[in-house]
Design a binder for this molecule. Structure first.
Ligand SMILES: [Zn+2]
Length: 296
């Protein structure tokens, strides 16, 4: 939870029109006008969550009654507070989705919990916020073509599984092949990279594979699960991107979606840097870069 508060503080400091020098974060040397505003949310209603997840699973989380194997897979202590926290993340993604459709770009300062399946959680992901938002959109706009762009270091297996048979959803994931999750679930396009891939090779693969898939599918909306865990000092990502590589990654994607005027909801995804403050700085920098493109 800590990283969420730290990142928000950095975003507020970075988006302030006249930030005091001590409040400026170190990744970006620009000063931003307030192109972004931050809004609180209430937990997502259960009827929306139930469009993706089973009632039995939600009850197991709420009452803390996951069996030991399921609890180990999830990696977080199941209880009502965890379910509420996860519903807040879903609500943030829903709000970002509808704001993106109105304004072009919007961010949830959390979310991107892509390992969650309908009836179980994995890898610290309780609810699949992107899947819930897509299902909600498709109730009123069934024709909407959605591109899930997942640059978290791990494969978005839960989202892949949920939309495996849905031709309206394209799931793209660029990740380390031999890393968590051990058992992969095929998406529309999986770009598997070697362990400890460097920034130059990563960016070359991203640039070679993303745009062709994007233009071929021609989405009406993008969910971008950014991920801070490709960083070289991350404990679990097994990639070697440095801060400059993150800037190049973000700018490539932001240029693609803004030049094509494709509404895009940006979500955090994972981040487990040895220095937790650094994880917050990576998330915050992505949001602040988005703000600069929003203004462009
Ligand atoms: Zn990850």
């Amino acid at each position: 939870m800590d990283k969420f508060w730290r990142a928000e503080a950095l975003i507020r400091a970075g988006s302030s029109p006249l930030p005091p020098p001590s409040a400026c974060h170190p990744l970006d040397d620009k000063r931003f006008s307030p192109a972004l505003s931050i809004h609180p949310v209430d937990p997502a209603p259960f009827d929306l969550v139930l469009r993706v997840h089973t009632n039995d699973y939600l009850e197991q989380i709420r009452t803390g009654s996951l069996d030991p194997r399921a609890a180990l897979k999830l990696g977080l202590p199941a209880c009502e507070a965890l379910l509420t926290r996860s519903r807040l993340e879903v609500a943030g993604t829903l709000a970002a989705t509808y704001a993106a459709l109105t304004d072009g770009l919007a961010c949830n300062l959390a979310g991107g919990t892509h390992h969650a399946f309908p009836d179980h959680g994995q890898g610290y992901c309780v609810l699949n916020d992107v899947a819930i938002a897509i299902r909600d959109l498709h109730v009123t706009r069934p024709e909407l073509r959605v591109f899930v762009l997942d640059t978290d270091a791990h494969q978005g297996n839960g989202t892949h599984a949920i939309f495996a048979a849905d031709q309206r959803v394209f799931t793209y994931s660029i990740h380390v092949g031999k890393n968590y999750p051990a058992v992969k679930t095929s998406g529309s396009l999986d770009v598997e990279l070697p362990r400890y891939v460097g920034g130059a090779d990563y960016l070359e693969q991203l640039e070679a594979t993303l745009a062709p898939a994007f233009f071929d599918f021609a989405p009406d909306l993008v969910f971008w699960i950014a991920g801070a865990d490709p960083h070289e000092h991350d404990r679990f990502g097994q990639m070697k991107l440095n801060d400059a590589d993150f800037g190049a990654r973000d700018e490539h994607i932001l240029r693609l979606v803004t030049r094509t005027r494709t509404p895009t909801a940006i979500l955090y995804g994972g981040g487990y840097n040895r220095d937790r403050e650094h994880t917050a700085r990576i998330h915050a920098a992505t949001v602040l870069r988005a703000a600069t493109f929003f203004r462009a």
